[in-house]
Write a protein that binds this ligand. Structure first.
Ligand SMILES: [Zn+2]
Length: 271
C-alpha cells in the first residue's frame, strides 16, 4: 500500500440481486491516486449506483452516479481518483447497488410484435391482464391459464440471463414469491421478459443461451405465488431496486394483427 494513512472503507455496503461471482468492483493504485474498476461476466450490461465517500480524493466521474458496465467486459473504468494533497490522510469508500440491465435506458421498441408464449394451434385464457386486481396491481403482467406441463415458447428472441427451476412449493400469498421458478430473457432493446411459475426442472434452456422468437424454452407449472396452474409473463426495464413493467403487443389469430391483450379473453396462436 502506497500511503500509510489510507483509510480503506472500500465497499461499505452493496445491494445485489444476482450471483456476485459474475460481477466485481475493485480498485487499483495509480501514480497519482486510484482507479475504481469493474469486471462484468454477465450476458447483459450491469448498472451500478456508486455513492463514493472520499476524503482528500477527487473523482473524475463524480461521487454519486449510475454507471453502466457493458456485458462481458473486464477492467471497465468506473472512475479515476486523484489525491488532492499528498501530505494529508486519504479516505476511500463507497456504497454500491447493482443489478442487471442498462438503468439509464428509457426507450424500448413498443411496436415489437410478441408471439403468444404457447404452442401453435392452441388457445388459452388471459386469466389476469395488465394491472389486474388479483396480483397485478400497478404491474403490466399477464397470466395465461394453462395446464401444468404446457410447452412455453419464447415470446421474443434474446439471451437467457437467469433460470430458476428448483422449486416445487406453491401457495396463494406473496410469501411464496420466493419459490417462483422462472426463465429471464434479455432483449436487444434493453428490456427483459420473465416467464414464471414453471414446473420443477421445466426449463429447456440454460443461462447464456440465445433463444429465437417462437423457440421452446420450458414447461409451465404451478409453483411459487399462484392460485392455480398458469404462466405469468412480464416484460420490464430493470431499474436499480425495482422493475418498470411495460405493455407490449402480441400477434393473435393467424398473426395478421398485433394487439394489447385484454383480461378474460381467450387468445389463439395460429401462426
Ligand atoms: Zn401473474
Amino acid at each position: 500500500m502506497r500511503n500509510s494513512s489510507l483509510f480503506l472503507l472500500f465497499s461499505l455496503f452493496s445491494v445485489i440481486t444476482f450471483s456476485q461471482e459474475n460481477f466485481r468492483l475493485y480498485y487499483e493504485e495509480t501514480k497519482t491516486g486510484y482507479v475504481i474498476l469493474a469486471d462484468n461476466d454477465e450476458v447483459t450490461p450491469v448498472s451500478v449506483e456508486m455513492n463514493l465517500r472520499l476524503e482528500n480524493l477527487s473523482s473524475s466521474n463524480g461521487n454519486d452516479k449510475v454507471f453502466v458496465v457493458p456485458k462481458k467486459t473486464k477492467g471497465h473504468i468506473i472512475t479515476v481518483l486523484e489525491i488532492v494533497n499528498a501530505r494529508k490522510r486519504i479516505k476511500l469508500g463507497f456504497e454500491s447497488t447493482y443489478n442487471f440491465g442498462d438503468h439509464n435506458r428509457l426507450k424500448y421498441d413498443d411496436d415489437f410484435k410478441y408471439y403468444l408464449p404457447f404452442p401453435k394451434g392452441e388457445d388459452y385464457w388471459l386469466s389476469q391482464g395488465y394491472n389486474g386486481a388479483v396480483s397485478h396491481q400497478n404491474e403490466n403482467s399477464l397470466d395465461f391459464k394453462m395446464p401444468i406441463g404446457t410447452k412455453v415458447y419464447a415470446a421474443r428472441g434474446g439471451v437467457v440471463v437467469d433460470v430458476e427451476q428448483s422449486y416445487t412449493k406453491r401457495c396463494t400469498t406473496s410469501e411464496c414469491a420466493k419459490y417462483n421458478n422462472y426463465i429471464l430473457v434479455y432483449h436487444e432493446d434493453g428490456t427483459f421478459a420473465e416467464y414464471t411459475h414453471l414446473k420443477q426442472n421445466g426449463a429447456k434452456v440454460k443461462v447464456g443461451a440465445n433463444v429465437k422468437i417462437g423457440q421452446l424454452i420450458g414447461l409451465s407449472g404451478d409453483v411459487g405465488w399462484a392460485t392455480g396452474p398458469h404462466l405469468h409473463f412480464t416484460v420490464f426495464f430493470q431499474r436499480l431496486k425495482k422493475r418498470e413493467t411495460l405493455k407490449t403487443k402480441f400477434l393473435i389469430g393467424k398473426g395478421e394483427e398485433a394487439v394489447e391483450l385484454i383480461e378474460k379473453k381467450k387468445y389463439m396462436r395460429g401462426y
